[in-house]
Design a protein around this ligand. Sequence first.
Ligand code: 4AD
Ligand code: MG
Length: 477
Amino acid sequence: MMTKNVAELLTADLLLQEVHLQGWVRTFRSNRFIALNDGSTINNIQCVIDFENTSEETLKRITTGAAISVKGTLVESQGRGQSVEIQVSEIEILGDSNPDEYPIQPKKHSLEFLRENAHLRVRTNTFSAVMRVRSKLSFAVHKFFQENDFHYMNAPIITGSDAEGAGEMFRVSTLDPEKTPKTEDGKTDYSKDFFGKETNLTVSGQLEAETYAMGLSKVYTFGPTFRAENSNTTRHLAEFWMIEPEVAFIDLDGNMDLAEDFIKSVLSYALKHCKDDLEFLDQRFAQEEKAKPQQQRSELGLLEKLYFVVDNNFKRVSYTEAIEILKNSKPNKKKKFQFPIHEWGADLQSEHERYLVEKHFKSPVILFDYPANIKAFYMRLNEDGKTVRAMDVLFPGIGEIVGGSQREERYEVLVEKMKALGIEEDELWWYLDLRKFGTAVHSGFGLGFERLVQFVTGMGNIRDVIPYPRTPQNAEF
Ligand code: 4AD
Ligand code: MG
């Protein structure tokens, strides 16, 4: 007898075969029909029990959430709603699930409730669909880069410097916080700590990826990233996964092409390989949108949005142009922005990014050439002396999904910049070395993987696209 998963049973040609399957009961009705799911697909398989030959005790134990093993014949379904079903000859209860205690009932639960039951939420349609899509997207990320001659590089998770300046960092230390060793001037003596210096969890693998790009030419990282920012939003996590390609010999234009090709490639992969899940999520998205006030609703459905992004060019707009558009925009004139745009140099808030993407261009936008003083020290200075070769990719409903730049490859210019910002040269001696030995034009970017998963699945809150979200005041599970 063949052991099969539900996806195989529903798609392979196995009619009239004796099969064995295992999974969890989603529903059980009329003492006959079990909807069984094993996570291989969003779809359940119907298992029909011969209840006259099944003991009363077994029937009682077939409850929502129970793990069961079933043997039987795959037959064409008599009922409506499915093409095939299992005529059960043998059933075994592997693990009971007390219906009075099991939190996941066959009804709609709120996302908040499911977050509190994150250890069980993958047994719902929504979360199993999201997590399968997430898995496929990770594979698509590797596929794209591997097929384009990139090398996968693992940047360190524990780092010795906050060179990036990307935000607050989580300290890594083995010192006893109650009695840390002190230096003569009364400060904590980190030379006595595990690594003999202050260390933190990484906020980005970029600087290390740059060193590898300067030997392997094309590299990418895909790993956990940590930011201790206290931003309790639907787009921020304290622990998230970032994808950072870094490429020698390409400038900002090449970097924009790479970002656009990459995003389109992984979206196409998902559209092709996650059909059932995306159709389910598309319907879910439509229902969620219906519940919103008219003006906040998305003009496109979820699948329509994905096809739109794959089929259209991203708009490439300089920061300077964007400021002109925003200055003259209706919400700015009517003082509807929380942060009004008065002049060139202003940092863009998510309300501005969303206006550009959702209202003005109605398309993904790549903004480039930002003022130097609102961007990181390593971005390449333009001839004008006041803008840098930065780029942000902005997406509808998400805002910034990618941040990247052409890197400053000129030793003197970089040293000058670091001096101006008070960044110690000896902390980044190795980074400066790259500019001394065989320096070359190079560029890269970072894409927040969870924001990508949010976009593809239509989930409104980033906490619902990662198995166990880490956010301020929350590290349960
Ligand atoms: O724009 P960021 O800060 O860029 C960097 O870290 C660069 N070192 C990347 C590079 O050039 N190699 O972050 C990149 C992306 C953002 O666009 C966003 O998608 C995501 O990472 N991101 C977050 N995602 C979830 N939670 C957070 N707290 C995030 N912070 C950034
Ligand atoms: Mg950014």
